[in-house]
Write a protein that binds this ligand. Sequence first.
Ligand SMILES: Nc1ncnc2c1ncn2[C@@H]1O[C@@H]2COP(=O)(O)O[C@H]3[C@@H](O)[C@H](n4cnc5c(N)ncnc54)O[C@@H]3COP(=O)(O)O[C@H]2[C@H]1O
Ligand SMILES: Nc1ncnc2c1ncn2[C@@H]1O[C@@H]2COP(=O)(O)O[C@H]3[C@@H](O)[C@H](n4cnc5c(N)ncnc54)O[C@@H]3COP(=O)(O)O[C@H]2[C@H]1O
Lengths: 141, 141
Amino acid sequence: VNNTEFLHEPIRDYVISSEKVAHVQVGNNAEHALLVLTKTGYSAIPVLDHGYHLKGLLSMGMITESILGMERIEYERLSEMKVDELMQTDIPIVGIDTEFRRVFDLLINHPFLCVEDEEGMFAGIMTRRVLMKKLKKAVYT
Amino acid sequence: VNNTEFLHEPIRDYVISSEKVAHVQVGNNAEHALLVLTKTGYSAIPVLDHGYHLKGLLSMGMITESILGMERIEYERLSEMKVDELMQTDIPIVGIDTEFRRVFDLLINHPFLCVEDEEGMFAGIMTRRVLMKKLKKAVYT
Ligand SMILES: Nc1ncnc2c1ncn2[C@@H]1O[C@@H]2COP(=O)(O)O[C@H]3[C@@H](O)[C@H](n4cnc5c(N)ncnc54)O[C@@H]3COP(=O)(O)O[C@H]2[C@H]1O
Ligand SMILES: Nc1ncnc2c1ncn2[C@@H]1O[C@@H]2COP(=O)(O)O[C@H]3[C@@H](O)[C@H](n4cnc5c(N)ncnc54)O[C@@H]3COP(=O)(O)O[C@H]2[C@H]1O
């Protein structure tokens, strides 16, 4: 009735690979990041360095929060702020061979997880949507 | 080994009730909405009318997309735009007695669902996180 064996499988074949993942780079300014987030339509995306290593996560909210002044929203400051100072850096990271049961635990509190390969390079992301499709197949098989 | 009977249960007892749900109201301007989204930290929230009926969903991205001008981001227009013209109105809605298996299907493509009671009033939301906790319990019991 149920097939939950996938929980012991590595996530490797289901990772959304890096070239499909919208991201920004360290050194980009906050206004550029706001444009990327708006045009891609994602609420949070990874921040990478020039060597394609994961440095943090950036959301629209982190950007707007930083310009909430006492009197007004200080939009003019966006072009002079870097994503480096706004991004969230304490983020969970998994490997391409991490098992699904481990990502299951983490995805309860995170909409997506960043995945690294064996060399520590950004390999892609694992999302709640991908996991939920696997779970649906498991409970209905 | 697995207990997926919860899939036939109504979501009623697990709905995050309306008084706990951050929202904005029709007629609010976009700058006010930007403040609410920033301060609550949510990426998308419901839009309600004054009778507490669901009218749409609003995200940070819908707001910023509306002010992307040819030359620059036109922040000054935010205070004169209403959430009504920016919100997404074609949204899935479920009832408090909808079964979990139905919300399971919908939550594959939506981070959360708005829930209505029998009178058509906004009753709360059902999130991916709540479903995933139920699923975890089901596959590990
Ligand atoms: N362009 C699109 N086409 C179809 N459906 C879309 C979509 N954009 C968003 N969605 C739907 O909305 C959910 C939440 O997206 P959000 O951007 O808040 O949150 C996303 C976003 O922060 C990140 N993400 C997903 N795909 C990404 C990508 N290609 N590049 C960068 N970040 C991505 O992972 C989070 C969870 O994604 P997940 O797929 O589980 O869940 C997605 C998906 O079900
Ligand atoms: N203040 C907080 N405390 C703890 N964890 C937090 C949090 N804010 C966000 N998260 C985590 O991040 C996930 C995505 O939040 P997001 O705001 O993009 O997307 C949220 C948001 O759009 C909406 N949502 C959730 N709770 C809400 C509330 N009380 N009021 C309004 N909207 C809510 O439902 C979506 C999915 O929520 P879900 O719980 O599945 O998933 C949440 C949760 O796991």
